[in-house]
Design a protein around this ligand. Sequence first.
Ligand SMILES: [Fe+2]
Ligand SMILES: [Fe+2]
Length: 191
Amino acid sequence: MSVRNIHPIALDIIQKEHEHLSAVLQGMLHFVREIQSGNDRQDLKLLRAMLYYINEYPERVHHPKEDQILFAKIKERTHQLDNELDAVSEQHGKGELLAHRLQDALLRYEFGGQEAFAHLHTLVEQYAHFYFAHMRAEEERILPVAKQVLNDADWKVVDAAFVENQNNLDKTGQRYKYDLLFAQICSVAPI
Ligand SMILES: [Fe+2]
Ligand SMILES: [Fe+2]
């Protein structure tokens, strides 16, 4: 086991991003469950905004950092998680596919009407379940091992990559855009 003297900022960043993603997923579940229970005066723009956030943020920011930086570093230090790391990386691709199916189902509901709702509802429930399980696997199986096997020098490399990534997002204004979108979603959704 490695001795660690620093608190990795990369873990804080991942945790915060998981919290935001969880909040948006809860919002999506609430949205479709409200319609299911008869309250169909929901503004579909809100569900579109949630999907947009989920589509953009994990795919462009969150997953690449996990795959290319943290998971790669863990694999350098141990093979005990090889199968699990391959599985969660595969889920990143699957999540992208499910999100696109969800977008398609939303369009069908928007333009096809009530009869398309059941499919949308099912997909949202499936997607949220899938995503919660994915984040749980990372938090409960992968991050604890990362804390054990990566040493201070490893974390410096990982932290630097995560911070550089954030700085790049700041430079292009993307982080502001995502934070603003998240704040807008929170301001109207009960999350
Ligand atoms: Fe992930
Ligand atoms: Fe993650």
